[in-house]
Structure formats: structure tokens, C-alpha cells
Design a binder for this molecule. Structure first.
Ligand SMILES: CC(C)(COP(=O)(O)OP(=O)(O)OC[C@H]1O[C@@H](n2cnc3c(N)ncnc32)[C@H](O)[C@@H]1OP(=O)(O)O)[C@@H](O)C(=O)NCCC(=O)NCCS
Length: 143
């Protein structure tokens, strides 16, 4: 069965934050104060749960100048490659369209570039470093 994602409710946010800490802070070494930022307060947060109900994937959407910006995509290390990331991204795409935003941009970790290409994104410009990790800007138009 393909996993389904959902928009996170307020009650889900502690579990979402815990997953992000596991992936970005503990696994990737991003400083906690960089991982959490002011955009979290206004972002749309999406999640997916595994068959036992645990939050295993998340991502967020913010608007910047009429463009939807996807970020903080994280899947639990033990749950990768099972469609959870794609399910979360699909929720964020639906949320962007619901807000009238058809252009989506993100800063992809270079190691995840293929994941976003599978989801219809194209890299634009050169690679650069962000939080000590190589990134590339990617864009797509919805739907
Ligand atoms: C990148 C990440 C979000 C992908 O999530 P995932 O749940 O493992 O991906 P899915 O299982 O939904 O994969 C969807 C498709 O992308 C492909 N894919 C997944 N990760 C990929 C990668 N790193 N490179 C190339 N292709 C990838 C899958 O094979 C699958 O292809 P298919 O449609 O042909 O079956 C996840 O691996 C992760 O959290 N990584 C660590 C944190 C990170 O890098 N975050 C991204 C920050 S920009």
C-alpha cells in the first residue's frame, strides 16, 4: 500500500520536531538553533505515519513572494525508500495549490537531488553550502 500523508495538527508538532531533530541535528549534525527557525510558526507542516502510528516523515511549506517554498523534508532513517517522503511532498504540493501557488522552490541537499527529480523538480544554478551541507536550488511548476 502506498503511504498517505496529512497536514500536521498542532498536537502533531512535538512528534514532527522530534523527527527533525533525529534527522537533521543528530544524524546530519545541523545545529539545533539553525534547524528550528521563525518560519516554523507560520509554515504548513505535513507528516506521514507508519503502520504503527509513528511519525516517520515530515516537511513544511512557506510562501515567499508568491512562490511556495518546500523545506525541512525528513524521513526517519529506518523508513526511507518506502514512499513516505513522496507522500509528504504530495501533501505540500496540494497545500501550495490550495493557496494559489503553482511555483515551488526548494534547496535540495545534493544527496537528495534524485528524490526531487523523481518528483518533477529541475535543478537551477550551481551548488552551494548551507548548514555545512552541499545544496542545489530546484524548482517545479504544479500540478
Ligand atoms: C531524501 C528523503 C526525504 C527521501 O524520502 P524517502 O521516503 O526515502 O523517499 P521515497 O521512498 O518517497 O522515494 C520516492 C522516489 O524517490 C527515489 N529516491 C528517494 N531518495 C532518493 C535519493 N536520495 N536519490 C535518488 N532517488 C531517491 C525513490 O527511489 C523513489 O523512486 P520511485 O518513485 O521510482 O520508487 C529521505 O531519504 C531523507 O529524509 N533523507 C535524509 C534527510 C534529507 O536528505 N532531507 C532532504 C533535505 S533537502
Amino acid at each position: 500500500m502506498r503511504p498517505a500523508g496529512a497536514v500536521a495538527t498542532r498536537a502533531d508538532l512535538p512528534e514532527v520536531a522530534a523527527l527533525r531533530t533525529r534527522v537533521f541535528v543528530e544524524e546530519q549534525g545541523v545545529p539545533a538553533e539553525v534547524e528550528r527557525d521563525a518560519l516554523d510558526a507560520t509554515a504548513v507542516h505535513a507528516l506521514a505515519r507508519d503502520e504503527r502510528g509513528r511519525v516517520v516523515a515530515t516537511g513544511r511549506l512557506v510562501e515567499r513572494g508568491g512562490v511556495a517554498v518546500v523545506g525541512r523534508m525528513a524521513v526517519d532513517a529506518a523508513a526511507r525508500g518506502r514512499g513516505y517522503g513522496a507522500a509528504v511532498l504530495a501533501v505540500l504540493h496540494r497545500q501550495a495549490l490550495a493557496r494559489g501557488l503553482a511555483e515551488v522552490e526548494l534547496h535540495a541537499q545534493v544527496s537528495a537531488r534524485g528524490f526531487y527529480e523523481r518528483a518533477g523538480y529541475t535543478a537551477v544554478g550551481d551548488e552551494y553550502e548551507e548548514a555545512g551541507i552541499a545544496h542545489v536550488t530546484m524548482r517545479r511548476t504544479l500540478p
